[in-house]
Structure formats: structure tokens, C-alpha cells
Design a protein around this ligand. Structure first.
Ligand SMILES: [Zn+2]
Length: 367
């Protein structure tokens, strides 16, 4: 068991992660992550809890890159007994994403704003003829994740080393979950991490998402050599797809700058945005919110009642309806990462994400 997931992850080297000798006594089943020369693979044998992890930390020649260093620190952090214990005793476990009401965390999206943050560059049926190929058509194959941590000049906008490790470990845990749910274990997240300091002034009285986000985001994109706006985020994602040789790509911004809302994403990408505080859910539960927002990037709709979902529609590469919507599914549907604070995934979301189906059905081979 790695962190609170039913996985047996181990740290190894990119390129040799799937060699039989990578796992003493077993066969690696999948590579969940790449961080430069380091990879995190899934052993997938013996069942949860039977593999001590990490058991063979690889040595890198020369200085590690920032991506390699944070990927390794994040993996070690996830495997600390105290962190694992905290994950197994989560606040608001199982709560609907509409929030816990007075005194608890707020809704994962403001009422009325669910899924409205569509980039507007693509229609539901796919990109326009002649448009650039989609960045996140389905969760299958290699996925570039441009993780951009943006800090400002004031103390309350800075990310300590510990904050950076926490963000990367939470992202890692959330994406390990999504990779572990792929029936054919054929999803690998390929990370590129940037920690950027910008001088943008914090907007404290804006009204739109863009007003709060644009100053620090555009300053960060400039440092990455990209144009401003969503077009810049999209171009960055496309450049990562090429550089990291992946099938898909998206950008994830983390900041402590004030935002209109603590987490949001564009359906079909190119980016999601999260605040470090993660509202009342807490920084130590970024993982599930990040997995949920990544679901939107890969075309999964919300399923919680407060999102005013309906059981119709045509979502993802298979054009599947939103049949686990809490408002209309039998008995309110089943638990699912698109509905509530759980490590659970419904068959509808599996289809929306576009996982390749395991022989004999869409069920996970682990469960
Ligand atoms: Zn959502």
C-alpha cells in the first residue's frame, strides 16, 4: 500500500522501470509517473501491503533537476508512516463535493459555475476541422503534466520547501489514483515542475476568474517563454507534449494568490488552477481535488447534486451519458471521485475519462 491507495509503488529509473529485474521477485505492472530520470512504477503483485516501499532508491549521476528532486521528495513524503496515517483518517471523508455546509469546506465549484470554464475552442464532438489536435482526448498512454507553482513577493504568497514537497506529493497521490484505476494500467504521467517567483500585484477585489488569475499567471507564462492568457497555457501544454514525447498534456497552476475560487479547470484543458489552501478541505487533501479537476481536463462531468447535473449528455471519447449524476441515478448513484471525497470511481466516469477497457469489461484488474 502506498499512502492510502491500494497500490504498491516503488521508485526506480525511467527507461528500465518495466524490466523484470526492477522488482525483486516480481514483475512491474505499470509506470505511473516519470520525473526526469526517475520513475514511479507499480509492482502490482502480492496484493496491498505486502511490498515495503520504497525498497531500492536509485542513485542519479550528477545533480538532480528540480523535477527529479521534488518527485523523489514527494514519493518519500507519501511513504512516511505519519503521512499515510493522516491520509487514512481524512477530514470530510465521503462528503459530497457540494461541501459540508456551515463550518465545513465549501463546494468544489461555486453554484452555477460547474463546467462553465470551457476554453471555448472546441465543441463537444471534438476540435473544429483544421484546429490543433486535442490535448486531452482520453486518459490512455502518456500524459505530460506541467506543474507550475507560482509564488509572489510577499511572505504570504511564498512556497516553502515543505509547501513545494506537499504540493508535488498531493499531485502524485491524486494521479497515482487515476493511473491505478486504468483497467489496462496504461496511463503514465510525465511531470515537468517549475517553481516561479513573480512580482505581480495580488488582486483582492476582482469579480471574474480571469481578473484574479491573469496577473500572476501571465507573469509566470512569460518566464516560461509563453504568450499570456489561456493561449499561452495551451502553447505551454503543446510544447511539453512535444518535449516529453507524450500523447496528451495539461498545465496545473498552484498559487497562494487570491483566486475567485480555490479550484477550477477547463473541460478538455488546457489548464487547471488550485489554491494551496484548498479551501476547508485542506492542503493535505489536494490529492482528491486534483484528481477531480484532472477528471474535467479529460472530459468527465460533475456528478454531485449541487452541480445540477443530469443523467444525459455525451461525454468523453465514448460519448457516454452522465448516468451516475446524484440527482437522477438510481438511489443517488454510487460513490465516485467526480461526486464526493472518496477514492472510488464509477463506471460512468471510467467511460468519460476514456480509459482503455480491460478484456472482459471495464472493471479495474486490482479490485
Ligand atoms: Zn468538478
Amino acid at each position: 500500500m502506498t499512502s492510502d491507495l491500494e497500490t504498491n509503488e516503488f521508485l526506480t529509473m525511467t527507461g528500465t522501470a518495466m524490466a523484470p529485474e526492477a522488482v525483486p521477485g516480481g514483475m512491474p505492472q505499470a509506470v505511473f509517473h516519470e520525473y526526469g530520470r526517475l520513475a514511479i512504477a507499480e509492482a502490482g503483485f502480492g496484493g496491498p501491503g505486502e511490498l515495503e516501499s520504497p525498497f531500492a532508491a536509485p542513485e542519479l549521476e550528477g545533480a538532480p533537476s528540480l523535477t527529479e528532486e521534488l518527485g523523489r521528495l514527494a514519493f518519500d513524503y507519501r511513504n512516511m508512516p505519519a503521512q499515510r496515517a493522516a491520509k487514512l483518517d481524512r477530514a470530510y471523508q465521503g462528503e459530497s463535493w457540494e461541501g459540508a455546509g456551515a463550518g465545513g469546506p465549501g463546494p468544489i465549484h461555486p453554484p452555477g459555475d460547474e463546467l462553465v470554464l470551457d476554453a471555448g475552442t472546441e465543441q463537444a464532438g471534438g476540435p473544429e476541422a483544421g484546429a490543433e489536435p486535442p490535448l486531452s482526448a482520453r486518459l490512455k498512454g502518456r500524459v505530460a503534466v506541467g506543474l507550475v507553482i507560482v509564488e509572489g513577493p510577499q511572505q504570504h504568497l511564498k512556497f516553502s520547501a515543505q509547501d513545494q514537497t506537499l504540493v508535488v506529493s498531493e499531485v502524485q497521490n491524486g494521479l497515482s489514483y487515476l493511473a491505478s484505476e486504468a483497467p489496462n494500467r496504461d496511463v503514465t504521467f510525465v511531470h515537468e515542475i517549475s517553481v516561479l517567483s513573480v512580482n505581480a500585484a495580488e488582486v483582492v477585489n476582482g469579480t471574474t476568474y480571469e481578473q484574479f488569475e491573469a496577473p500572476w499567471r501571465d507573469a509566470a507564462l512569460k518566464q516560461l517563454g509563453m504568450p499570456k492568457g489561456l493561449a499561452g497555457a495551451e502553447r505551454y501544454a503543446r510544447s511539453l507534449r512535444q518535449k516529453l514525447a507524450t500523447d496528451w498534456a495539461y498545465v496545473a497552476f498552484f498559487t497562494k494568490y487570491r483566486l475567485k475560487h480555490f479550484a477550477y479547470a477547463n473541460l478538455r484543458g488546457p489548464r487547471l488552477v488550485m489554491h494551496f489552501d484548498n479551501d476547508g478541505w485542506g492542503s493535505n487533501q489536494i490529492d482528491r481535488v486534483f484528481a477531480h479537476e484532472t477528471g474535467h481536463i479529460f472530459q468527465a462531468p460533475d456528478e454531485y447534486a449541487g452541480a445540477n447535473c443530469n443523467c444525459g449528455g455525451s461525454w468523453g471519447i465514448f460519448g457516454a451519458p452522465n448516468s451516475n449524476c446524484a440527482l437522477c441515478a438510481p438511489n443517488g448513484g454510487v460513490k465516485c471521485i467526480m461526486k464526493s471525497n472518496d477514492w472510488q470511481m464509477c463506471d460512468a466516469t471510467r467511460k468519460h475519462l476514456g480509459y482503455s477497457e480491460a478484456p472482459g469489461g471495464a472493471q479495474s484488474v486490482l479490485s
